[in-house]
Design a protein around this ligand. Structure first.
Ligand code: PEP
Ligand code: MN
Length: 251
C-alpha cells in the first residue's frame, strides 16, 4: 500500500521518524513558553500541549481551555513551531483550528462519530489516538470516518490499550505499528508516556517503537514532573529528554 506522507508545515510525517514533545497540559503562559524555548533549542518543532483536557476525574485539573489556546498562539508567534492539541467537542473545533496546526482526537473520543465527521471536514492534519479499548480495525474505521469527510491528512497514534495488566497504566501495543503499516496508508506515531504511565519506560519503549517502524514518538516532557498538574509520573524532565533525543538519533 502506498504510504501517505502527512505534511505539517515543512515537516513530513511518514518519512523519517519525528519527535513530538511537550507538556501534558498547558499550565501557564511563561511555563509553556519556557518549555517551548527548551524544546526548540534541542531541535524540536512539533510541540504538544493540551488546552482542553479529557480527565478521568471531574475533580482533576481540566486544562486552561481558551486561555490555553491564547498561550499556544503567543508561543507560535515567538518560535517557528507547530502545535498539536486536543479537540474534545465539535463546538471547540473552530477555535482550536484557528490556533493549532494538528487537531488531536484523544483516546476517549476515538469513537465519537459526530466529532470524527466534523473533523473530516477540516483542512488541517488530524492526530487520531487509538481508543483504549479499540481493536486495530475499529481504530482504522474511525480514521475512515475522517477520510470520508475529505480529510486524508491523518496521523495515527498508538497510546496503549487496556489489558489485565495493572503494573503499567496501559499495555503499549507495538504490534499495532506493523499492523497499521500493512493495513493502512497512514503514518503511525507511538506515545510511550500514556502507553506505559511510567517515566522509566519511556526511553526503552521509544527505542522499541522506532525499531518496529513507527513514524515517530510523542512524549510528555515537564521541567519539574513532580509538580506537573497532569501526568507528571509519565513525563520526562529536561535531562531525561536530552538523553532520549541522543539515544533515538543514534538509532
Ligand atoms: C493526551 O495525549 O493528552 C491524552 C489525553 O492522551 P490519551 O487521549 O491517549 O489518553
Ligand atoms: Mn497526558
Amino acid at each position: 500500500m502506498d504510504k501517505k506522507i502527512v505534511n505539517v508545515g515543512d515537516i513530513e510525517i511518514g518519512k523519517r521518524p519525528v519527535i513530538i514533545a511537550g507538556p501534558c497540559s498547558i499550565e501557564g503562559e511563561q511555563a509553556f513558553i519556557d518549555e517551548v524555548k527548551f524544546l526548540y533549542s534541542r531541535g524540536i518543532r512539533l510541540i504538544r500541549g493540551g488546552a482542553y483536557k479529557p480527565r478521568t476525574s471531574p475533580y482533576s485539573f481540566q486544562g486552561l481551555g481558551d486561555d490555553g489556546l491564547r498561550i499556544i498562539k503567543t508561543a507560535k508567534s515567538l518560535y517557528d513551531i507547530y502545535v498539536v492539541s486536543e479537540v474534545m467537542d465539535p463546538r471547540d473545533i473552530e477555535r482550536v483550528y484557528e490556533v493549532c496546526d494538528v487537531l488531536q482526537i484523544g483516546s476517549r473520543n476515538m469513537a465519537n462519530y459526530s466529532l470524527l465527521k466534523e473533523i473530516g471536514r477540516q483542512d488541517k492534519p488530524v492526530f487520531l489516538k487509538r481508543g483504549m479499548s479499540a481493536t486495530i480495525e475499529e481504530w482504522l474505521l474511525a480514521a475512515e470516518y475522517i477520510a470520508k469527510g475529505g480529510n486524508e491528512d491523518i496521523i495515527l497514534c498508538e497510546r496503549g490499550i487496556r489489558t489485565f495488566e495493572t503494573y503499567t497504566r496501559n499495555t503499549l501495543d507495538l504490534s499495532a505499528v506493523p499492523a497499521v503499516h500493512e493495513l493502512s496508508p497512514y503514518p503511525v506515531i507511538v506515545d510511550p508516556s500514556h502507553g506505559t504511565g511510567k517515566r522509566s519506560m519511556i526511553l526503552p519503549m521509544s527505542k522499541a517503537a522506532i525499531a518496529c517502524g513507527a513514524d515517530g514518538i510523542m512524549v510528555e516532557v515537564h521541567p519539574n514532573p513532580e509538580k506537573a498538574l497532569s501526568d507528571g509520573e509519565q513525563s520526562l524532565d529536561y535531562m531525561e529528554f536530552e538523553k532520549l533525543i541522543d539515544e533515538i538519533s543514534d538509532h
